[in-house]
Design a binder for this molecule. Sequence first.
Ligand SMILES: *Cc1c(COP(=O)(O)O)cnc(C)c1O
Length: 362
Amino acid sequence: MEKRIYNFSAGPAILPEEVLKESQENLMALPDVGMSILEISHRSKTFDNIFHQTKEDVKTLLDIDDNYSILFLQGGASLQFSMVPMNIMPPKNKADYIVTGAWAKKAVKEAKRVGDVNIAATTEETTFNRIPKQNELKLCGDASYLHFTSNNTIYGTQYQTEPEVGDVTLVCDASSDIFHKKIDVNKYGIIYAGAQKNMGPSGVTMVIYRNDLLERSSDDLPTMLNYKTHVEKDSMFNTPNTFGIYIIGLVAKWLLNMGGLDKMYETNKHKAGILYDCIDNSNGFYKGHAEKDSRSLMNVTFNLPAEELEKKLIAEALNAGFNGLKGHRSVGGLRASIYNAFPTKGVEDLVEFMKEFQSKNS
Ligand SMILES: *Cc1c(COP(=O)(O)O)cnc(C)c1O
């Protein structure tokens, strides 16, 4: 087998080795089926079993009640920026948005095409280096929902707990931290996540959808953009991303075998802690972008004293087998994405590399 290097990519991102191995074996022929997962009908018994087991395992992982539907859609998280307002902003046509980064801004742009958007809070003036505090929120009072981004992939910030919004329907873009810990799904109306960060390959988006919201969806909406279509047809109105769903199923099984999301959360805290400790103990050589109480366990963003040094570190790291550390162009610096599947050993090795780099270059 090709040697695998450490993949710090923000997305599409690292998947568990066990998942890659099992899918590799099944790529020629699924056990007792004799055909590849890529070759079978989405309406076959085999796929039906895979599909239902995947939904069951997702429900188990997040303790999801039966009044929620689990959908696997296409168009990425980006299509949800449109589907959410088109479906659930009426009849009031008003919504609160918390703006904590570039993805949230894109969500706002689409919502404005449907109705009035109230920016309940934004941290743009400090380059999105923190999550707004609860007492900073200015809710409009009669919003159909409040939308927030649980983890800001580009800036490396993350909600520690969801914002409190009273009776307002909570909608969350959880694309880059879904499954990183257990959350109380009952607090939410809709949670959506593109799979390619922390859950699977690109091309499939999971939507956890509270069924009572369906009454807000007008029958005048285009069929494919109406949640009613996908709930009623169980994500099978058209051909879904069968392979993507299959991989999400393997990832869910991997998480369950590991002990579930509480266990995953412990590992994630420990793992990110190793890297943040290195940053905090570097006498200012490494400087974290996010304020401490807003730090992400998934994407660790930091800068060096000079851009030249950042370039040098990225180049030397690449030679040493650490791939994907370049920060997003809008913040510069470095970003280490250390999603669920990223091994603790990889973070330990990176920290060792960073310490050595510091001692040679300061
Ligand atoms: C990556 C990302 C998106 C975009 O996802 P697509 O599936 O490419 O549309 C949206 N929101 C967040 C928080 C992301 O990290």
